[in-house]
Design a binder for this molecule. Sequence first.
Ligand code: PHE
Length: 461
Amino acid sequence: AAPRSLTIDGKKYPTDSWTNVPPTILAQYGRRLHVQPNHPLSITRKLIESRFPGFRNHNDLPGIVTVHQNFDSLGFTADHPGRSRNDTYYINKDTLLRTHTSAHEVDVFKANTSNGYTISADVYRRDAVDRSHYPIFHQMEGALTWDRSDFKTRQACVDQITTDFEKLPKHDLVVEDPNPSFHAERNPLQEKHHTPEEAEIIGAHLKRSLEDMVVTIFTEADKALAAAGQGSQAEQEPLKVRWVEAFFPHTSPSWELEVWWRGDWLEVLGCGVIDQPLLVRADVPDRIGWAFGIGLERIAMLLFGIPDIRLFWSKDARFLSQFDEGKPIRRFQAFSKHPAAPRDVSFWLPKSNAPVVANTPAAASSAPSPAGGQQTEPSLDGAAPVFHENDLMEIARNTAGDDVEDVKLIDDFVHPKTGRRSLCYRITYRSLEKTLTTEEANALHERISQELVSDFGVQLR
Ligand code: PHE
């Protein structure tokens, strides 16, 4: 039976029908990889922080927050899909493991101790299992505001932002920015709060600042590639980025920044002009400005060439000893290539199961943004739980821990006569530390298969 309460960091939390945080996640709570000396996530964090001089860096904000902090304070609507128990780890109906560093925006704005700040922290999402997704990852939030009440006129504030914009470092990056600064339907100006000039100059300052940060990161990554004899990308093709319109409840207009890297457009961050009602709620109604959120794992993976997100959690000296914050960035040297053990599980879903919702593609972080997923509340009538893809992800993680590398849907069909639906998932087992025996892989797979039967009433094929 589920425990009546959970004790985390010495604090006791009552549980209820919303509780869905598993012991495996709680066991890793508090590792604080982003501040461990010489850890690649810490090196990445410091590199980004260095491009925002004068910002106050908050690196110690605890990961258990209220539903209010994580969603309501940011203007998420009551029916926003990000609140779903399929995507979010709840301690209980009012308390959760933060899904993004934005959860602290209102509190930090309220404290009002600096114009610019960053917040780096561990964040938690129920999500896919593969080499770039892990249920715990790290984000950095950055924000900069100007106080209109410091100026005689609103125009004087715009002039100040313009001056600040002109002082930002210049770069020779190729930037594609085809969309207007704001767009009535797709990416609206907050016309009750901002003049078009205000939104435009805040957006320009935001974009230039983030382009500068990206130039720094990718130049370092390219130098490391060249030093490792793997060829410089920049020599063949100049670095290029593009701005894509986006949607976040807490910014408008909003964008995502994508970088052309080794033949693909890579989503790097989400950002926008801060929602003014948010600043009103934070008791700083005269401040205007921008915010961004970036996933640190994804950046660290390309900076160092780290091939698997599980490695960040490794305590193996063969991993940790490769990083030194006092030295130029070096490419990671793989130390183990243990064989993969793929196993398939096929099953019929019970008739009562709602359509299976698959995970949406990644957003500003290593995982889908709170905007992805479906709404599900705990069923109170005792009906069999509905299977969602993330349930299998979690069973696999809880059973095989870091020995599961990837879980992928490979077949999905509906029987033409009976109308029953069959799914087949390929689960790839591989340890980063040792070779798994056939028996070990089989045993893990058998336990996962049986749990699907007992928890979701599926019929194995
Ligand atoms: N909180 C957003 C996410 O996790 C990222 C973001 C932060 C977007 C700040 C805009 C401003 O997806």
